[in-house]
Design a binder for this molecule. Sequence first.
Ligand code: NAI
Ligand code: ISE
Length: 346
Amino acid sequence: MTLRIGIIGCGAIGQDHARRLHFKLSGARVVALNDINLEATQVFSLASGINARVYAKYQDVILAEDVDALLVTSWGLAHEEQVLACIAAGKPVFCEKPLATTAAGGLRIVEAEVKHGKSLVQVGFMRRFDAGYRALKQTIDAGTIGNVLMAHCAHRNPAVPANYGGDMAITDSHVHELDVLRWLLNDDYVTAQVVQGRKCRNAQGDLHDPIMVLLETSQGIRIDTEIFVTCRFGYDIQCHVVGETGVASLPEPASVALRSEGRQSTEILMDWKPRFIDSYDVELQEWLRDTQAGRVTGPTAWDGYFASATAEACVEARHSKQIVPIRIAERPAFYERGTPGSKYQV
Ligand code: NAI
Ligand code: ISE
């Protein structure tokens, strides 16, 4: 069966995902598009060869009879309203991160999905689909390094756009670590602290770069993550997990080891797209498979809510310079193992 997909928000990642679904992956056809920039979307629809219908109102894409499932790839602020509309229509939706820009917004989506009674929402945390992170999780789950004690991570970008404000280091970038570390360690966070030291000269405006986020989990695991988004030298994602009997590290992306002109070197990627391109493919291919089977096995609305709530606590910690408790609502049984329609029903 081929799923007919509608896409809301056709900017950079919306267009990438549209091409990926329509031309690269199997089991999908993009039939409907929407964006507040109607003209550019019409141009994209034709120029890409997708030739989907372009709607002026996102609600019409959701309600279109020939749309089976939706992608929400608009700006973060619009996600909550658009995902809620998909749930109200009973249609599966893949929403790019963030699920919502506030914890309260994420919880409203969780409540709507639980009330609907069937899993419909997956969030675009693609690192869970990265071969390196999956291998790292297997090593940890196999007990190879014993109980996990600490994790040391880094999220480095060469540069960010001029409109990237200080909190975005957390809400836009670190949110990926917030999701993937919870999944990797099978644990939830209880406190957050943000420390900032000397400011890099490349950081403009209210962007204080780099920062360090310190998290504590319910089992007492300590996590530190350096977020350094004007580092210039490359897009560099690091994760080292320290256990009782060893250290497990995220593999580096495959790269030719070069000996040339008196140096040994390997390339460092400059952008997240090549670093995670395979993960986006796997993420959406598995989402298509699961959507056809009527289930969600990737990051759920609960995971999206958890990331938004934790990001909110980290932002508070950045401003207050205090250790902030992470307060999470009670997890509905709907999201627990063995619940019909839950992510564990595979
Ligand atoms: P973008 O600015 O290139 O595209 C967003 C598009 O949404 C624009 O064309 C804009 O006109 C449209 N839009 C905004 N509000 C809308 C609304 N209410 N209804 C319909 N269309 C609307 O941004 P980009 O980079 O494509 O990011 C989109 C989302 O994807 C963001 O939430 C971002 O955080 C996320 N993202 C995720 C990545 C990942 O690694 N998983 C990577 C890049 C972005
Ligand atoms: C960007 O929005 C993303 O989602 C990328 O995956 C992330 O690594 C980058 O830091 C963000 O700005």
